[in-house]
Design a binder for this molecule. Sequence first.
Ligand SMILES: Cc1ncc(C[n+]2csc(CCOP(=O)(O)OP(=O)(O)O)c2C)c(N)n1
Ligand SMILES: [Mg+2]
Length: 357
Amino acid sequence: MARSAQPRTKQNTAPNNAALAVLPNRERPAEPGRYQGSKEELLEFYRQMLLIRRFEEKAGQLYGLGLIGGFCHLYIGQEAVAVGLQSALQIGRDSVITGYRDHGHMLAYGIDPRVIMAELTGREAGISRGKGGSMHMFSVEHGFYGGHGIVGAQVSLGAGLAFKHKYSGDGGVCLAYFGDGAANQGQVYESFNMAELWKLPIIFVIENNQYAMGTSVNRASSEDQLYRRGESFRIPGFQVDGMDVLAVRGAAEAALEWVRAGKGPVLLELKTYRYRGHSMSDPAKYRSRDEVQSVRDKSDPIDQLKKELEALGVTEDELKALDKAIRKDVAESADFAEQSPEPALSELYTDVLVGTY
Ligand SMILES: Cc1ncc(C[n+]2csc(CCOP(=O)(O)OP(=O)(O)O)c2C)c(N)n1
Ligand SMILES: [Mg+2]
C-alpha cells in the first residue's frame, strides 16, 4: 500500500505493518558516491588532515609538559570526517556543533591554529579568551557553536540551530556531530523526532570511532548499525567509510542536496577510529596495541590520500615540503600560545550569568 493511503493520525490504530514494509521504497537521498575532486582539492584535503594530525600531536606533547590543564581529547585518526564534511559547507551560512573532541573541527574550518592552541593552554589570546579550554571552543563568526562537554547535548542544541535556519529562512544547514556513545542518549531521539516532523535542515553525524571511553560500540549498543537509528523517525541514514575523505565528502554532497531541498534531516554514520585514548588521561587498556596498529596500517586516512596524490603525479618531495611547512606552523602556534599572557584575574567576574530562581 502506498504511504499516502496510510494516514498518520491517532485514529489509525491498526498495526501498520504494511506501511513498515513500504518504508524502504520511500524517496531517499541519492546514494552517496565517492567525491571526484581535482588534484588541488585533494591536496587541500591532505593539507588540512595533516595539519590536524600534527596539531594534535603537539597538543599531546604540551599536555605532557603540563601546559594544558583540564581535559584534552585528541582527534588523531578521525581527521577525514571533519575535513570531508566541512569542506562541503558554506562557511558563515551553515552551522556546526560538536562534542568535546573539537580541535579538528575548528581546524577544518580554517580557524587560525594559534588561537586554538592559545585556548588549549588557557591564554587570553585563545578563541574563547582562555576560559573554555579544549572542550569549549566557539567561533560564532564561522558558525561554529562549540565544543560541549555533556554527551549528546549538542544534538538538541543542533536541532535548535537548524530550527533557527528554517525560521529565519537563511538557507543554512546545521551539521551536528556526536559519538557512538552519545547515540544511546535519550535526547538524541527527541531531537530526531522534532527534526523530521518539522523538516529541519540538519545533518546528524555519528562519528563512530568504535569506543565510548572504554566501552566498545558492540558492548553498548543493541543496534550497532548506527545509521539505522533514525529509521523509526523516517530519517534516511547512510553508513560511510569515515577513513576515506573522498567517501566522506561524497556523503556530505548527497546529504546536503536532500537537506537543502527542504526534505528534512539525514543521518550519516561515519565509521572511523581514534588512535589515542579517550582523553589524555586514558591508558586505553581495553584494547590491544595490535588492534590500533592494524587500523593504522590498513586504513589511515592520510596515508590513503597520499597514495592517491602520488598516483596523480604529486611527488614525495612535495608532500615532505608540505609536512615541513605544517610542522613549522604548528610549532609557531605552540610558541605563540606559550608567550601569550593568561587572562587577567578580573576576567573571573566577566561572562558570568547571575540570576535568581
Ligand atoms: C551526559 C553525560 N554522561 C556521561 C558523560 C561522561 N562521558 C564523557 S565522554 C563519554 C563517552 C562518549 O563517547 P562517544 O559518544 O562515543 O564519543 P567519543 O569520545 O568517542 O568521541 C562519557 C560517557 C558526560 N560527559 N555527559
Ligand atoms: Mg566514540
